[in-house]
Design a protein around this ligand. Structure first.
Ligand code: NAD
Length: 310
């Protein structure tokens, strides 16, 4: 059986469980939460969706159930408050993460972990440290969502299916993230070439607006409805699909970077090949000088947060 354990049955965990259930990728989904009744409520509700899709066993469990999970998804934690940066969440969530990782390691010492709790990059780094797992087995959801938002926004701008827009947001999942304009392409054309060929406009002001909308999307949503969960849940299922189907898909996820671009021992997002081994390879695309500089600044922000944990 393809068992996926989801730890944290809040907005993100429950929505990820629901999206996973509908995807048909897993045959067993166990949800675990400190608040056992909440996990039970979510599991019951999810169970009643099963007859409308592929058979899957869903239940509220505990850490013994993690033992044979193909992948463990950690969504537990406290949420961003309005106006709070992701890095301010750090101390509140690192304790939660360490506790969960210890319990997972006790039953599943060679787990593949997906970390989504914020600040996701620093918590991915803390999960690697605390678990002792080989770094490729710990994946942070990182900028998978920001990259999706960037591609969707560019797709809307150019009236092109976002799947045909290639481009990446790299670095921190947060304020210092870096849009890689130099590698944004549509159908093999750099977007500037595409703009010129189609007579569309893409001036500095529009670029700035696209970057701001991409970067600040979570804040805008949190201001309005208190939390974000649909898109991140879809992103979690996309990572699970790459692992469970051994796809070797390129996804911008957070992993340990040690040496590239002069960055040492920091978790941040770059395009990665993801398959059943976790992060099979991190890609280090050639960046424009200002992008590389911005990536190093992003790494520095994350390093300072990591050091605050010591
Ligand atoms: P939520 O408050 O709805 O749910 C969190 C759940 O975690 C709660 O049910 C709580 O009981 C549980 N929990 C707390 N401590 C636990 C522990 N020790 N063991 C097991 N369960 C525990 O929050 P949410 O909206 O689901 O967000 C969860 C996290 O995901 C937050 O850190 C949020 O910032 C993050 N998030 C990340 C992304 C991303 O792109 N990476 C997107 C959205 C949210």
């Amino acid at each position: 059986p393809r068992r996926v354990a989801i730890i944290g049955a809040g907005h993100v965990g429950a929505t990820a469980a629901y999206a996973l259930l509908l995807s048909g990728l897993a045959s067993e989904i166990v949800v675990i939460d400190l608040d056992r009744r909440r996990a039970e409520g979510e599991a019951l509700d999810l169970q009643h969706a099963v007859p409308f899709g592929d058979p899957v066993r869903v239940w509220a469990g505990d850490y013994d159930d993690v033992a044979s999970a193909a992948v463990v998804v950690i969504t537990a934690g406290v949420n961003q408050r309005p106006g709070e940066t992701r890095l301010q969440l750090l101390s509140r969530n690192v304790a939660v993460l360490r506790d969960i990782v210890s319990r997972v390691m006790a039953v599943m010492p060679d787990a593949i972990l997906i970390v989504t709790t914020n600040p996701v990059d620093v918590l991915t780094w803390a999960a690697i440290r605390h678990s002792g797992l080989p770094p490729p087995r710990v994946i942070g959801s990182g900028t998978i969502l920001d990259t999706a938002r960037f591609r969707a926004r560019l797709g809307r701008h150019f009236h092109v299916d976002p799947r045909s827009v290639h481009g990446y947001i790299i670095g921190e999942h947060g304020d210092s993230e870096v849009p890689v304009w130099s590698l944004a392409t549509i159908g093999g054309l750099h977007i500037d070439q595409y703009r010129d060929a189609t007579g569309e406009e893409l001036n500095e002001a529009t670029r700035r607006q696209i970057v701001e909308e991409t970067r600040d999307a979570a804040s805008h949503i949190i201001e309005r409805k208190g939390a974000t969960y649909y898109a991140v849940a879809a992103g979690i299922v996309r990572i699970l699909q790459a692992i469970l189907r051994d796809e070797s898909t390129v996804l911008t996820v957070s992993s340990l970077i040690d040496g590239a671009y002069g960055i040492r021992d920091v978790c941040l997002s770059l395009p990665c090949i993801v398959n059943r081994d976790g992060i099979a390879r991190v890609l280090f695309p050639p960046l424009a000088a200002d992008e590389e500089e911005a990536l190093r600044r992003s790494a520095q922000v994350l390093r300072e947060a990591q050091e605050s944990l010591a």
